[in-house]
Design a protein around this ligand. Structure first.
Ligand SMILES: NC(=O)c1ccc[n+]([C@@H]2O[C@H](COP(=O)([O-])OP(=O)(O)OC[C@H]3O[C@@H](n4cnc5c(N)ncnc54)[C@H](O)[C@@H]3O)[C@@H](O)[C@H]2O)c1
Length: 336
């Protein structure tokens, strides 16, 4: 398939793009490089453009015959979304609608889309299924869920076929050691702990130590970025016109914040001081995936998602690339 991959220069997108090519597909990347990196997709066709720029998007989408769209592009910082909700609805919802409109005009009706476990909010139980209540508690999650609903409505109205993938905590790096996570600011636990090990930060922050969990810190489900890439490949084969189906992607095994930091200490052999601080608003105590649907529908089986492998692969990337892709940082987004 010839694939139009939005956000393909980002962390998860770049791993997926590589996997698509390995499987014999032809991925073309569309990315504004706001948080992505040219170096992550150096061997792939890249359109540099913003999804909000209808003209550039339409000319890219119509430049050749695409069989499907894989949509990773978006803004994904929860705290920023609370301060800047309009930016999040513009980035994740409106620009998603612009993409769907352009796809519809071009007659492209196959979509795989990134969504997030945050659409479930703070569920009463801790293991969530796709039919668990959707109760997002921050603008980031609501902006993603709004696009999920739009996709489902398009499936009903004009036959769009979509697989919506709700990731839990993406982590790790490519086994070859040349693709990995490079975000500024970095908000994810594992890269932040590893930056302390590299001497780039003083300590890692543990937000909340009084949760009703065995060690008092939050429990989360970490899934290896290469397992996510594989799920996108499998999802492309399961698109059915007129159907939009959501699948959780997680390892199904929860790990506490303390446990993850301990694993980072073991893998690096460095002490990694932690600073304990109060809970952050909006963090659920425990959230992990029931992944039966992804296994049954997609035939997906996570291979790389043990905590040991996640941290070891992330450390291989960060220790060999302490400055990430080494590209100049983009100016921070300014809001009107
Ligand atoms: N990383 C996670 O743990 C996680 C968890 C759940 C869901 N997600 C979702 O997965 C997707 C990818 O996440 P990631 O961690 O790879 O993020 P990322 O920031 O590394 O990648 C996003 C990519 O999209 C591009 N982009 C952003 N806005 C754009 C726009 N308007 N037009 C064109 N390109 C644009 C960026 O330059 C970047 O390359 C996002 O949609 C995110 O919400 C991520």
């Amino acid at each position: 398939m010839r694939l139009f991959v939005t956000g393909g220069a980002g962390y998860i997108g770049s791993h997926a793009v590589r996997r698509f090519r390995e499987a014999g597909h032809e991925p073309w990347v569309y990315d504004n490089l706001s948080t992505g990196h040219r170096g992550a997709v150096a061997d792939f066709p890249l359109f540099v453009g913003d999804l909000g720029d209808e003209q550039t998007l339409t000319s890219a989408l119509s430049s050749t015959q695409f069989d499907a769209v894989v949509h990773f592009a978006g803004a994904a910082l929860v705290a920023e979304s609370i301060r800047e909700p309009l930016h999040y609805f513009a980035q994740n919802t409106s620009r998603g609608v612009t993409l769907l409109t352009a796809m519809h005009r071009q007659g492209i009706n196959r979509l795989v889309m990134s969504s997030t476990c945050t659409v479930y909010g703070q569920p009463p139980g801790d293991m969530v299924r796709e039919d668990s209540p959707l109760a997002p508690i921050n603008p980031y999650a609501r902006s993603k869920l709004a696009l999920e609903w739009c996709v489902a409505d398009c499936a009903a109205a004009f036959g769009l076929g979509a697989v919506v993938l709700r990731y839990f905590n993406a982590a790790g790096a490519h086994q070859r050691g040349d693709l990995g996570e490079d975000h500024t600011p970095e908000t994810h636990l594992i890269p932040n702990a590893l930056r302390v090990a590299l001497g780039q930060e003083q300590c890692v922050h543990v937000c909340g130590t009084d949760y009703p969990t065995p060690d008092g810190t939050c429990l989360r489900d970490y899934v290896h970025v290469e397992d996510l890439a594989e799920a996108h490949l499998l999802a492309l084969e399961q698109i059915v016109p007129g159907r939009s189906v959501a699948c959780n992607l997680g390892s199904g095994s929860p790990h506490s914040v303390q446990e993850v930091i301990e694993q980072c200490r073991r893998v690096t052999g460095i002490s990694i001081p932690a600073q304990l601080s109060p809970r952050r608003p909006g963090d659920a105590a425990s959230l992990f995936a029931d992944t039966r649907r992804a296994r049954e529908l997609l035939g997906w089986e996570p291979r790389y998602s043990s905590l040991d492998n996640i941290v070891a692969s992330a450390w291989a990337w960060h220790s060999r690339h302490p400055a990430g892709y080494g590209e100049p940082q983009h100016s921070p987004i300014t809001f009107p």
